[in-house]
Design a protein around this ligand. Structure first.
Ligand SMILES: N[C@@H](CCOP(=O)(O)O)C(=O)O
Length: 501
């Protein structure tokens, strides 16, 4: 729809001009730093940062109902920069001119309601939000679109040039970073650090395909993260992990979209997310808080963060009910089928602590919960979800297992409805499915394959195995007729088909 065709009272808001006063704010010492430069940690105390708009209150001059209309009408615009996460420009990066926005098709991922039998089994009404349908097949694209648009803005403003972007990854961040950086290949070189043997072959192929320098490091993700942190301290590189607070801004779009998908009615809603490096749960809570502050939503949904018992530092931290006695202790991770979340020392832990407190205070009651699940539950629920029309990765399976756990623990009531984050596409993690089906998952995972969930291909051979077609060697007419008849009869028998004649 063209701008002139929109209602007069909304048209002036639809194409945003750069405004706002963004600064980095330190979560440790509350120091404020200008955003003209990439910062990852506070230059004074070393704590993590969040980006704050010092003119946020000016957004309150527009009422919540009008903001809803602005976002709803923006959906009809055909301007690429506003088709993705920057539909919420005023909240994602109000200082970024839309000419600097990088849009590769991210965001606005489908929300798919689970069918009746799956909801019944899970014991709750729920939807999956399929973030695996983002361009690099995971939610990280939201954060990368924001971080790379900011970098493009620095380049366009002559504040930066010849960027070398780096990240550590369990496989999704590296795919997204490499993809977005490759779009800016003239200005940015990207390098990704991966724990050797601990990302799936599909995930390894992604940054290679995008042309990134790929470094495999012995150890686990937490070790790679330390190297990347050191690189960013000692060298001039752009860190693309969620330690970079521009990533958090972009990932807040997940919450804005959920609100918009549910007509801004967040009453009795529960959002379930897996926790790895903890940037996403921080972003999701922050997003809902911002919409709430602007009156765009009237209720804060419950948030449930899920961790595997093989990588559960955040869950362990919140086991202590007395907040004054809580002490964060990194854990040593064990192999997890939710490999993308196999992180023992999440860099965003200070953000989780600070935002969870604010979220619960704003909601006026405990609204953020942490649930631990087993590896068996992650695999079984993930496979079952996909048997019922979903495309959930193992982290999506972790969310469903977390939902079931939350129902069991009475965290979710009958009147509530959950939205689960399927963070990546199932095909990225199909190796775990294969190993489950062939009973070859190593004992460390502590997963036993259930016969009723196993599915393997059946090789169909004709009665005469000598007479089969091969590439470049077609059968003669009669042999081929016999071959087709044989195979057809055998498949019909397998499928218990009845004769149509
Ligand atoms: N699961 C992540 C780990 C890094 O997370 P980030 O959000 O801090 O970049 C991955 O896919 O690499």
């Amino acid at each position: 729809m063209k701008i002139d065709d929109f209602p007069n009272e909304i048209a002036p808001f639809l194409i945003p001009e750069p405004k706002g006063d963004l600064v980095y704010e330190c979560l440790g010492c509350s120091g404020i730093y200008p955003i003209k430069k990439l910062l990852y940690v506070c230059p004074d105390c070393g704590s993590v940062l969040l980006i704050t708009n010092r003119k946020f209150d000016e957004l309150k001059k527009t009422d919540g109902a009008t903001w809803q209309k602005i976002f709803d009408y923006r959906r009809m615009l055909n301007i690429p920069a506003l088709k993705g996460i920057y539909r919420y420009h005023e909240l994602i990066g109000p200082n970024i001119p839309i000419a600097s926005v990088i849009y590769l098709g991210e965001g606005h991922t489908p929300v798919v309601e689970a069918n009746q039998q799956l909801q019944q089994k899970a014991g709750a009404r729920f939807y999956y939000k399929n973030d695996g349908q983002n361009p690099s097949a995971s939610f990280k694209d939201r954060g990368m679109a924001s971080a790379l648009s900011y970098i493009k803005y620095l380049i366009d403003s002559k504040l930066a040039e010849n960027i070398i972007a780096v990240c550590a990854s369990t496989g999704d961040t590296s795919a997204a970073a490499a993809l977005y950086a490759s779009y800016l290949a003239l200005e940015i070189t990207s390098a990704v650090l991966l724990p050797q043997g601990k990302v799936t072959p599909q995930q390894l192929s992604q940054p290679l395909g995008s042309g990134a320098r790929v470094f495999e490091i012995p150890g686990v993700f937490d070790d790679c993260m330390k190297v990347v942190e050191k690189l960013s301290e000692n060298y001039s590189v752009a860190l693309l992990n969620s330690k970079n607070s521009w990533r958090i801004l972009g990932q807040e779009s997940f919450s804005y979209e959920i609100a918009q998908d549910f007509e801004y009615d967040m009453k009795d809603k529960v959002v379930v997310v897996p926790i790895g490096n903890a940037g996403n749960i921080s972003a999701v809570m922050n997003g809902f808080l911002k919409f709430h502050m602007l009156g765009i939503i009237n209720h804060l949904p419950k948030i449930i963060g899920v961790q595997s018992e093989h990588a559960d530092p955040v869950y362990q931290y919140y086991l202590e009910p007395d907040s004054d006695k809580r002490v964060f202790r990194p854990v040593s991770v064990k192999p997890s089928v939710a490999q993308a979340a196999m992180i023992g020392n999440p860099v965003s832990m200070p953000r989780v602590v600070s935002i969870t407190k604010k979220y619960n205070e704003t909601a006026g009651q405990q609204s953020v919960f942490f649930v631990q699940v087993t590896e068996q539950e992650i695999m079984d629920w993930g496979l079952l979800a996909n048997r019922n029309g979903h495309i959930a990765c193992t982290q999506g399976g972790e969310c469903l297992a977390g939902l079931v756990g939350a129902v069991r623990e009475g965290i979710i009531t009958d009147s509530e409805c959950a939205i689960l984050d399927a963070t990546a596409h199932a095909i990225k993690f199909s190796g775990f499915q294969d190993k489950y089906y062939t009973k070859t998952l190593s004992d460390e995972y502590r997963v036993v394959s259930k016969q009723e969930l196993i599915n393997t291909p059946i090789l169909m051979m004709p009665d005469n195995p000598e007479k089969i077609p091969a590439q470049g060697k077609p059968l003669g007419e009669e042999d081929f007729r016999v071959f087709v008849d044989d195979i057809c009869r055998k498949i019909a028998r397998e499928l218990e088909l009845s004769d149509s004649k």
